[in-house]
Design a binder for this molecule. Structure first.
Ligand SMILES: Nc1nc2c(ncn2[C@@H]2O[C@H](COP(=O)(O)OP(=O)(O)OP(=O)(O)O)[C@@H](O)[C@H]2O)c(=O)[nH]1
Length: 705
């Protein structure tokens, strides 16, 4: 007996796959999703069943119609009276809602509720943040600063007028005065002013999906986006040239799909690292002549970590050496099982060059989108995310906003991060002026007082004054946040976080020089999961630690373990900026031991590694009886005579040892600083090559507390 897929049958019956699945389950026919197959016999049963339903529905509608007609005149008579009552009850309902919202707010933020209380009833209670200036604290307590400073001294805290004291110290001191202080819980200014709130499910309407195209370099991401534009954007519209605003829209079967214009998982994850997830579906481009490559794997893991469904576009099928089966095989090895292989990931063969398969691909996007049941409320003040922003000579500050919910109108007062303004003009992706933009629409907006950052949240405020106020408040908060920015997880603080119940899953990224090490590490680390914390390997790949790994770690609060690899200086700086923790090892057992000890609170490092500097190898010389000496240039930091060194080639550690000689010209020297050249010999190592990087480091003992 032949079979049919759920989505195919749904299409044939002109209902949504979701509706069909519900009916199938009602009939006891077991299906998992739109890709599940059902027997033709079962298909027939459900078709008949639905036909019956339809007849019944029509009968009911007729019945209701009849009743309605007879009621109509009666309703008319009552309408005048009812109107009056409506207003009263609506007011009552609004009041109730406001109250409800206020209560919800109290639950969300202790600070808000109590602060209101402070101002109205209880003057003996004070709210402060993590720290407070001595002078501010004195004035809050209504005491002279000198008195406070004296009291602090008695507590053993030496602080001047303009120094901060901790919340704990402030609390102890305040207790002396019989004053209770409480800690402010910081919440986003926009949230505090209720510019964003959760919608009532009954207000939600279907919205278009937002799609990002990902894939390995040169597999055809840009070409595919171009092909989509050609196929589904400009069709039937004269002069429909797309503008670059960071996103574009495609129409297929009268339905809209929004494409983010910057392809690649880095762009996707950098938005996520900033706390926003805008993509609903990822199209993963894999070139049929090249197969699954390192960045294909990265893209898969980045999409998976974000919980975003993937559609595979097997591209370049026009090429004579295209091999679709190989792509499918390699994907399955990476845990991506496409439908033909018994999985539920859709794959579509395409040629961006010949514009082949593009419509099918877009139809599949709609199908997946239908399953996701994407919804938004268009009837509220708009909330969105900045996709990109710049200054334009003619227009001033222009920012592309992806409206996520609500409708954005010309003239709306807006607040975006610490910038604000009023929507002066809006342009769609074709450069056409528009007056309003509903959910899942990308629009270029002018009228902001400064350039916001990609990933900033965009809110419509009640009025200009409020927009400015919130933006200014955000500015102060951002400054404070920069001062005590939260770090991502590290092995050292892991146990405390687990104990406090803050961490239930430990996300790990593994980068190593060879496949075998990855498998060994992965296997052992996964076994470390216990009742309290689950270990997840969210990404594991061959090669050095890259910026995209740092972004993924930042977006997913993961730690990075490197085996025999060293990140470049740029990547190290990125890690520092994103406050991401990475550790590199050269013995697998040590990596596993560290994670195990960290999970059980036994990690107590006695030694730490301190990187002194980096030297670029610019020349090599063979010296008889001594071996190979290299001529190097100190790129950063310094190198000292007794340092340990590791030789790094393309991010992979190829040797770890000690310096045997360090010279400037003919003289032996103790150290060489940044910007100087030197001659270096490495103990028992001669395989050094031009462009290798030498990282000098020492092992330092950590003093016991
Ligand atoms: N034959 C053939 N060539 C293609 C196809 N799609 C893309 N190419 C070619 O592949 C090369 C790379 O395409 P791009 O679209 O630039 O690839 P990309 O993934 O955006 O590349 P990066 O942005 O550099 O990561 C170009 O030379 C394209 O012309 C296709 O379907 N068939």
């Amino acid at each position: 007996m032949s079979k049919i897929r759920v989505y195919q049958l749904a299409k044939k019956m002109e209902i949504s796959s979701k509706e069909l699945i519900d009916k199938l389950l009602e009939l006891g026919i077991d299906v998992h999703n739109h890709m599940s197959s059902i027997e033709d016999g079962d298909a027939l049963i459900v078709e008949e069943y639905l036909a019956e339903d339809k007849v019944q529905d029509e009968e009911v509608v007729e019945e209701i119609d009849k009743n309605d007609k007879s009621k109509e005149s009666l309703v008319d008579t009552f309408n005048a009276l009812e109107d009056q009552e409506d207003v009263v009850s609506e007011r009552k309902a609004n009041k109730k809602n406001r109250k409800k919202k206020k209560n919800a707010g109290n639950k969300r933020s202790k600070f808000k509720g109590e602060n209101e209380l402070v101002e109205s009833t209880n003057s003996e209670e004070i709210m402060i943040g993590d720290t407070i200036l001595v002078s501010d604290f004195a004035s809050k307590l209504n005491k002279s600063p000198a008195e406070i400073i004296m009291k602090l001294m008695n507590l053993g805290v030496m602080a001047t007028l303009n120094q901060d004291i901790d919340f704990a110290v402030a609390k102890t001191l305040a207790e002396d005065y019989g004053v209770e202080i409480n800690q402010e819980v910081r919440i986003d200014a926009a949230e505090r002013f209720d510019l964003d709130f959760e919608d009532d499910p009954k207000d939600l309407l279907p919205r278009a999906p937002i799609v990002t195209v990902m894939g390995h370099v040169d597999h055809g991401k840009t070409s595919l986006l171009d092909a989509i534009r050609d196929t589904a954007v400009t069709t039937g519209e004269a002069g429909g040239i797309t503008q670059h605003i960071g996103a574009s829209e495609a129409i297929i079967n009268d339905q809209k799909i929004v494409f983010l214009d910057t392809p690649g998982h880095e762009a996707f994850t950098s938005l996520r690292a900033r706390g926003t997830k805008v993509t609903d579906i990822a199209i993963l481009v894999v070139a049929a002549d090249d197969g699954v490559m390192p960045q294909t794997i990265e893209a898969i893991d980045h999409a998976k970590a974000a919980g975003v469904p993937i559609i595979i576009a097997i591209n370049k099928i026009d090429k004579p050496n295209a091999n679709q089966d190989r792509v499918k095989q390699e994907l399955s090895e990476k845990g991506v099982l496409i439908e033909e292989w018994g999985g539920d990931v859709i794959s579509v063969p395409v040629s961006a060059k010949n514009r082949e398969g593009i419509e099918q691909l877009l139809e599949m996007v709609l199908l997946v989108s239908e399953m996701l049941e994407l919804k938004a409320n268009p009837n509220r003040k708009a909330v969105g995310t900045i996709i990109e922003a710049k200054t334009d000579v003619g227009k001033g500050t222009v920012a592309t906003v992806l409206v996520e919910k609500g409708t954005l109108n010309i003239g709306d007062p807006v607040v975006v991060g610490s910038t604000y303004g009023r929507v002066r003009a809006m342009y769609n992706f074709k450069g056409k002026k528009i007056k309003l933009a509903g959910p899942a629409t990308a629009v270029e907006v002018t009228g902001l007082n400064d350039i916001p950052q990609a990933g900033d949240r965009f809110y419509v405020a009640n009025d200009d004054k409020q927009a400015r106020l919130i933006a200014e408040k955000r500015q102060i908060e951002l400054r404070e946040e920069n001062l005590n920015e939260t770090k991502h997880i590290s092995l050292e603080d892991l146990f405390d976080k687990i104990k406090e119940g803050e961490l239930k899953e430990l996300n790990i990224i593994i980068k190593a020089d060879v496949h075998g090490s990855i498998e060994a590490l992965k296997g052992s680390l996964l076994k470390l999961s216990n009742e309290e914390v689950k270990v997840n390997i969210i990404h594991a790949n061959i090669g050095t630690i890259t910026e995209s790994d740092i972004l993924l770690a930042s977006a997913s609060n993961a730690i990075i373990l490197g085996f025999n690899v060293r990140p470049s200086s740029a990547v190290q700086r990125k890690a520092e900026k994103e406050k991401v923790n990475y550790k590199t090892y050269q013995i697998i057992y040590e990596a596993i031991k560290d994670v195990q000890e960290a999970l059980t609170g036994m990690l107590d490092p006695v030694f730490r590694e301190v990187v002194l500097g980096k030297i670029q190898v610019r020349e090599t010389f063979k010296v008889p009886n001594i071996g190979v000496i290299c001529g190097g240039y100190v790129l950063e930091g310094k190198v000292v005579r007794n340092a340990n060194v590791r030789i790094v080639r393309d991010g992979i550690i190829i040797h770890d040892g000690k310096i045997s000689s360090l010279r400037r010209f003919k003289d032996d020297v103790k150290e060489v600083a940044t910007g100087y050249e030197c001659g270096i010999g490495i103990e028992k190592y001669n395989d050094i090559k031009i462009n290798d990087e030498i990282e000098a480091y020492i092992i330092e003992e950590i003093p016991r507390k």
